[in-house]
Design a protein around this ligand. Sequence first.
Ligand SMILES: O=C(O)CCC(=O)N[C@@H](CCC(=O)O)C(=O)O
Ligand SMILES: [Zn+2]
Length: 326
Amino acid sequence: MFDLLAVTMAGGPVTEPAGQTETLDWQWRGEGILELSPRVPCDTAVVISAGIHGNETVPIELLNQLTGELLSGARALRVRLLMLLGNPASMRLNKRFADADMNRMFGGRHARYTPNDETRRAQELEQAMALFYRSATAAGALHRFHYDLHTAIRGSLHVRFGLLPLQTRPKSEAMLAWLSACGLDALVHHRSPGGTFTHFSSEVFQADSCTLELGKALPFGSNDHSQFTGIRRGLETLVSGEPLPARETGKPMLHFRVVQDVIRSQEDFHLFVPADALNFTPFKKGEVIAKETGKTYRVAEEEEVVLFPNPNVALGLRAGLMLAKM
Ligand SMILES: O=C(O)CCC(=O)N[C@@H](CCC(=O)O)C(=O)O
Ligand SMILES: [Zn+2]
C-alpha cells in the first residue's frame, strides 16, 4: 500500500503516482501532496496539513495513520481530501525549518524573502491548495475546511489548543462545535493578519480554518498519542462524514483573545519570560514581558498569559503572543 510519509521522506521520483481502491481515487500532486476523492458525490472539501515545521512529529504521524486507514479501505472517505506534508526538506533534517519559518510566508509573503527551499515550498502549497479547492468546488463541494496540525516548542498548561486566524466573517458554528468535540483545552483568537497557512486558507478561500497544537515537539516514535485521541477521532469523523464525537473531558474549552503580538524588531530585543515557563503562564498587570530600543512590552490587562515565547526568531517576526481570557 502507498505510504505517504515513507514516499515523501525518500524524496526523488515517485513510481506509483496514482491509484484507486474500491471506493476512492488517489493522486500524488507533488512532493508530500496527496489528493483523495471518493467516488460518491460530496459537498465538503477538507485540507489537513502537518509538518509545516519539520520537527513537529505527532501531527505527521497522525496524518499518515489516517491516510493509511483511508487507502487500506479500513475507513470510509466521504469528503474530497487533500493531505499535505508541509516541509519535507525540514522533516528530513528534523528541524523546524531549513532556512526560514515557512509559517510566516503564506499569502504571498514568500516573495519578500531571498528565495530558498521554504519560499518555493510555500508557493507550491498555495498553488496546490488553490487547485484543490477550485476543482472541489467545481465538483460540488461547497464547504471548505483546513486544519493545520502543529506542536509547540515548549510544554503548555493547556496541552491541546487551537488558533483561529483573524477573519471578518462570523466564525463557523460547525467548526466551533467540532473543535470542542475534539476535546481542545483552549482556543486562541488572533487579532491581526499573519503569514500562517490557516490565515491564507481562511482569507483567500473562505475555508473554516484552524491551527491545531498537539502537545510539545518530540522525536519520531517518542510521542504519547493517547493525549490526542479526541483530535484523532475528530479528524476521523470529519473525513468519514460521521456524527461529531462526544467531548471526553468535563471541562469547557477556554477562549483567549490575542491582546499583544510581541514582535522582535531590533537586535537588542530581550524577552523576560523565563526559559522554562510553560505556554499560558500568567503575568500580572504592569509586568515587563519584553524590551528593545524604542519599545517596551508590558502587561496591560489585569492578567495576560504568554504563548509561544521565543526570543530567537528572525527580525520582524513574532517572538510571542500575550492573551487574555474572553
Ligand atoms: O511553540 C512555538 O513557539 C510555535 C509552535 C507553532 O509552530 N505554532 C504555530 C502557530 C500558528 C498560528 O498562529 O496559527 C506557528 O508559530 O507557526
Ligand atoms: Zn509548528
